[in-house]
Design a protein around this ligand. Structure first.
Ligand code: MLT
Length: 272
C-alpha cells in the first residue's frame, strides 16, 4: 500500500495550500467539489496511488488551505493547483475534477493547456450556470449570511446521494454534513461566487488536444445524465461511464467502479 503524505506550499497569492500526495509514476490530480476538501477522495486514493503519482489539493478555503476572499474566482482556484504542481515539479498531469473540481480543471486547462494530458469530468459539466441556478446560489448566499449555514448544508448534502446509498449509509452522509458545517460561511460564499461567475468553457474541450472522460451517476440531479450526455460529444475523444445506483458522489457511492474507470482512462491518456 502506498503512503499518502500531507504537505503544503505557499506564495504571495496563496498564504497556505494544503495537499496530499502519494504513489509514483504518471501524475493524476484529484480536485474535490463543493463543499468538500481533498479528504473526499479517501476511498479511492489507495487504489489510484498504487498505479499513479496522485496529487490531491485542498482548494483555497477548503480543508487546511487558507481562505482568499469572498470574491474568489475559478481562475484563482486553477492557479492554486498550478502552484501545487510547480512545487512538486510536475509539468503535466491527468486531472479528475469532481463537479466544482471539474470547473476548476477546465479553468486550469484554459490557462495551462500544455499541462493537461487528459481530463476526467466526475459528475461535472462544461457550461456556465443558468440564470435560475445563479439565482438559487444567490439565495443560498443570503441564507448563509443571515446565519443559515447549517440549514443550507443539511438541506443540500443528502441531495448529493442516490436513494439506496441514503438508506444504507446514513453515517457517511451525517459525516459529510458535519464536515461541511465546519467550513466557515465566507468560504462557502467564495466557492459559490466562483461558480456563479465562471464562463461556459465548452471551447476549452473542443479545441483541446486531450481526451475527456465523463463519469455520470444515473440518479444525479446536479450534473444530470441528460445534460452530461449532451456535452459528452464536445471533445475530440470522449469516454463515457454511466453508473447505476449512483447520484453525484461516485467516490463514496461507487468507489471500486471509479478506481477502475479512472485507471483505464489515465492509462489511455499516457498511452500505457
Ligand atoms: C459540487 O458538487 O461541487 C457542486 O454541487 C457543484 C455545483 O453546485 O455546481
Amino acid at each position: 500500500m502506498q503512503k499518502v503524505e500531507v504537505k503544503y506550499t505557499s506564495s504571495i497569492d496563496f498564504p497556505k495550500l494544503n495537499y496530499r500526495t502519494g504513489g509514483t509514476g504518471n501524475a493524476l490530480v484529484l480536485l474535490h467539489g463543493f463543499p468538500q476538501s481533498g479528504a473526499l477522495w479517501s476511498q479511492v486514493w489507495e487504489g489510484l496511488s498504487n498505479r499513479f503519482r496522485i496529487i490531491i489539493p485542498d482548494l483555497p478555503g477548503a480543508g487546511d488551505s487558507a481562505f482568499l476572499s469572498r470574491e474568489m474566482s475559478m481562475e484563482q482556484m486553477a492557479d492554486s493547483v498550478k502552484l501545487v504542481l510547480d512545487t512538486e515539479n510536475i509539468t503535466n498531469a491527468v486531472f479528475a475534477g469532481h463537479s466544482m473540481g471539474g470547473y476548476t480543471a477546465l479553468a486550469f486547462a484554459e490557462l495551462y493547456p500544455q499541462a493537461v494530458k487528459g481530463l476526467s469530468m466526475v459528475h461535472s459539466v462544461c457550461d456556465a450556470d443558468s440564470e435560475e441556478k445563479k439565482e438559487n446560489r444567490r439565495k443560498a448566499i443570503s441564507l448563509i449570511d443571515k446565519g443559515g449555514k447549517e440549514a443550507f448544508v443539511k438541506q443540500m448534502i443528502p441531495g448529493l446521494f442516490c436513494a439506496g446509498f441514503k438508506e444504507k449509509s446514513k453515517n457517511v452522509i451525517e459525516n459529510q454534513i458535519q464536515e461541511a458545517c465546519k467550513v466557515p460561511g465566507d468560504n462557502l460564499v467564495a466557492f459559490y461566487n466562483a461558480m456563479i461567475n465562471r464562463p461556459d468553457r465548452r471551447k476549452v474541450l473542443k479545441g483541446g488536444h486531450f481526451p475527456v472522460q465523463w463519469i455520470i451517476g444515473k440518479e444525479d440531479s446536479i450534473a444530470s445524465p441528460e445534460k452530461v450526455m449532451n456535452q459528452s460529444i464536445v471533445a475530440n475523444v470522449n469516454f463515457v461511464n454511466v453508473y447505476d445506483a449512483c447520484a453525484h458522489m461516485s467516490m463514496l457511492e461507487q468507489p471500486v467502479e471509479l478506481v477502475k474507470d479512472l485507471t483505464y482512462f489515465v492509462k489511455y491518456c499516457y498511452k500505457m
